[in-house]
Design a protein. Sequence first.
Length: 603
Amino acid sequence: MYAWGGAPFLTGAVSELRSRKPGMMLLIALAITVAFLASWGASVGLLHHELDFWWELALLIVIMLLGHWIEMRSLAQTTSALDSLAALLPDEAEKVEGDATVAVAPADLRVGDVVVVRPGGRVPADGRILQGSASMDESMITGESRPVRRSDGAQVIAGTVATDSGLRVEITAVGEDTALAGIRKLVTEAQNSSSRAQRLADRAAGWLFWFALGAGLITAIVWTLVGLPDQAVIRTITVLVIACPHALGLAIPLVVSIATERAARGGVLVKDRLALENMRTVDAVLFDKTGTLTKGTPAVTAIESAGTFGADELLALAAAAEADSEHPLARAIVGAAADKNLTVARSQDFESSPAVGVKARVDGRTVQVGGPYMLEQEHARELAVADQWRGDGAIILHVLIDGAVAGALRLADEIRTESREAVRALHDRGVQVVMITGDAEAVAASVAAELGIDRFFAGVRPEDKASKVKELQGEGRKVAMVGDGVNDAPALAQADVGIAIGAGTDVAIASAGVVLASDDPRSVLSVIELSRASYRKMTQNLWWAAGYNLLSVPLAAGVLAPLGFVLPMSVGAVLMSLSTIVVALNAQLLRRLDLAPDVVVRA
């Protein structure tokens, strides 16, 4: 039983001795070795028969193995949860070959292949939609429970589900280049990285070894001096068993493993455990504007009619004139008409002039859409509302019908609806919200006012963004920077915590400690809540593991023996394993943390 059941602890003790880092395995090995030698000595008559406690030794090893199994099982749950990401891929993919499809394994797909994804089927590899439109369930990647509509040209991620329609997808990434593989790599790196709390726990485990060893020696000496050598052996073994830092060794790694795995399932990828640990102290979040708080694409935000045409009719005519243009502003106008389900007539005689605008015949009318150069060429005057819109930093396009100004369209980088909720929730948590952008002062002021942002930096060049982070840090603030582009990489690296939007560039992601799989700015709240919840669990576990030993070791040594109470060795083993169970169960509560962007609860 000693050699077989105690093998994990004996081999672990040897490893700790070789690395010169004594810890829990060495303590357990000392305890069971002393118990084995004492029992063997009593059995062969070399020691007093009262030192024969084979049964206690067997019970001790069984309970130790039970505690060790609970620890390994808790850690394995995290690993298996991450391994389950691979199970998101379908067993087969339908690859298009000519006019037919053939079933192939996802691993056999190559970049450029075209696959068919049936309704309810999973995407076999990262790709771009060539044909079709479907509501995609991306919850396993982004944590967002609601399906997202994806259509021609949109990117789709391996493992996501086309819930209602079929798609044809061109493969753009396979194997280790897919988002799923990236998630697994990031989480693995995070779980293998170190943090201040982990280093503290490691040092505490080392201190506890010497504390236990010293307490065991003192116990042996005291009981021997009072003339009870048999009790000296029993008490010493009990002290070594009780003081085993099993729970302390489990306190931090298990919390971190569960936290990073829970984060990954919620669309938050923790690259660096130190970044997650620091997030709880952040008191200022610096958002890049374009692509983070806004969608990064223009949208029609207001329509002003000159009186002859209604707003919807004016928009429909402008969309008809812009239908053949590929300009981003044209796409925004056409998209706005589609969102309102307006009937857009076919245009004729389309003409486009760079920096001026477009011109086309629509239902017998000549429709022109353009900026100030168009007005200058047509000797037309802009509407009075243009001054107000220009003050807000918006883009202004006027619509001329048969040479007369019929109205104007206000276009601006569309603000994400989730941004308002993110700013409000951060304020509720006492966090200052700051915005940084290369746009003009008027544009930044308009967005900041609409979102209720505390302060902003406008007209900032890419190379100066990091200096703005330093400026905030110079004010004594702990800064988290949220960005999505190459221009944000220096600032992400300078911040106390760099948070990259997962839809951003590889450079930005490489510079960040935390990556958000979705582009929802509310996910920053999930990082804060996860950081605070993880720290609470770490603190609770450390206090329990260390406090338990400080109270139980004196009892194991027999300080209450004069009062008639002596802690049995078997009870000591049970208490030691109980401490491990308490720490493991407390850490498991992190799995209950809800990281939905709109609902965050405490564990």
